[in-house]
Ligand binder design. Structure first.
Ligand code: HEM
Length: 107
């Protein structure tokens, strides 16, 4: 019989590809647990900043996927995350950099 299950998990947790998977998983737990109306009401203004951790989890997942098999997985990871990154960049541009019509000044 091989060494115990928990020891095997702990033994590989220091590998970058596995560590990023675990960290993403840990970030997703509070996000999943608070994705309901009750938590939304209870957490009030804290809810939104908490949910923003999803961006950190997304980056960790990208690193997890890309670094698998000695970084041999970066092409499929890039293909899947490319559209997501493009949409996020568009959102940032739309919110902060787009030209808006000048506001009318009160007389
Ligand atoms: C809980 C800790 C995690 C561990 C130990 C882990 C481990 C692994 C391993 C060993 C593989 C490679 C499988 C193979 O090609 O033979 C893999 C693939 C992958 N994992 Fe994780 N993972 C974890 C969490 C996550 C999380 C939270 C996500 C995202 C929600 C994720 C997304 C992926 C993706 C997208 C792949 C590539 C799938 C493919 O090649 O088609 N993993 N993971």
């Amino acid at each position: 019989m091989g060494y115990p299950f928990a020891a095997r998990i702990l033994g590989e947790v220091t590998k970058f590809d596995i560590l990023t998977g675990w960290l993403a998983f840990l970030v997703f737990i509070p996000l999943a647990a608070t994705s309901n109306d009750w938590a939304l009401r209870k957490l009030g203004t804290v809810w939104k900043p908490l949910q923003r951790w999803t961006y950190a989890a997304a980056v960790l997942t990208l690193l997890h996927w890309a670094s698998l098999h000695n970084w041999g997985s970066w092409v499929p990871a890039a293909i899947h995350f490319g559209p997501l990154a493009a949409l996020s960049l568009y959102r940032v541009w739309y919110q902060y950099f787009r030209k808006r019509p000048a506001r009318a000044v009160a007389a």
